[in-house]
Design a protein around this ligand. Sequence first.
Ligand code: RAT
Ligand code: ZN
Length: 430
Amino acid sequence: MTTMLDRTRLALTQQPIVDMHTHCYPPSFGHSGVGGGDGMLLWGIDQLLTYHYLVAEVYRVVPATELPYDTFFAMTTREQADHIWRHLFIERTPISEACRGVITTLGALGLDPNERSLDSLRSWFEARDANTYVDTVMETSGVESITMTNAVFDDEERSLWLEKGDALKDPRFEAVLRIDPLLQDWPSASAKLGAWGYGVSEELTPRTIAEAKRFITDWLTRMDAIYVAMSLPPGFRYPDPSNPTADRIIAEILMPVLADHGLPWAMMIGSRRHVNPALGQAGDMVGKADVQAVVNLCRDFPRNRFLVTMLSRENQHELCVAARKFGNLMVFGCWWFLNNPSIIEEMTRERFELLGTTVIPQHSDARVLDQLIYKWSHSREIIARCLATQYEQLDDTGYRVTDEHIGADAERLMRGNFRSFITAEQPVEA
Ligand code: RAT
Ligand code: ZN
């Protein structure tokens, strides 16, 4: 007999996904090839193994007293991958989520999950062509559109856009203007804007405000960006009496420019950067943040829309309650340290119970293209289980849950809610 879970799983598997936040790029941004290189599209076994989540994990096994951080980071990508493979995959059982992800990915690509030789895996990846491989990964993962993170304050990325412009664009990928330094380090951000030809000074004069808006507009247009994103620390507050400059940047620059363009602001709140600076990208931490800041923004800026994810498990319930109060708030994803099955399950159930289907349950945050495969297959299964439970409970009341209901919900959750939120003319009234 076909169970509710079978029906839900089938609908979710058949539903193409819009992945609303990744760090993946099309081959036009240059690609790493197998074993390393300078391009921005990372793919293949060596990149999968040197993912910063796994760098953190290998330092649990071989501490810095045995392998100093700078020695590790001076090694080639291939040597780093050898080290991680040996300690996390050969000498131990790869049970962590990030380790299992590599195994899931290999299996889904038709490779042997029991393979112990990296050489033979490398040969398989070496035979792929990057451009065709993007299609292979999208088909295997069920992702129809990949949303990039386009950091304009990153010199490498900024020069690429200036040099190649439209030649970077690839219909499989959509751009997002990422501008963390604007709020996190205004003195240096304003100096950069000045150097890039905008009449911006550190003081928020009317001219600075107009020119900073022009900067954002120029880059939204250049990239065809579908929203603006920032990662924010746990201490982020709005209003923030200790940081009146940040309050003004939000109120006088960001909110008006986004309202004019009809685009949302994605806030990723709760990352405490560089608690162990020597670990590089792997050295960031989580901290509990302030949901009231989100509430204040949603209330004070009804013409704006906010896509919000928070990194601390402790913030999730309060964030769901906030979303019940404001139609211009869309909760998304199980971010970074929350992207683990036990927590995804808890958060997804909580969201379905409090918000029905008006959420974006997941984004992949993939940094390596191939990760789309495991991040989505692991999450899709959990979302299916959580959704099937809701349907079963409805079914128990005598309500008939049809395949049409299930298909429509799958569409909303995996694509439609995001698409309508980024294109909505006006926020839905609370
Ligand atoms: O999840 C990650 O890989 C983090 O390193 C961050 O990139 C985070 O997702 C972010 O976008 O800031
Ligand atoms: Zn990210």
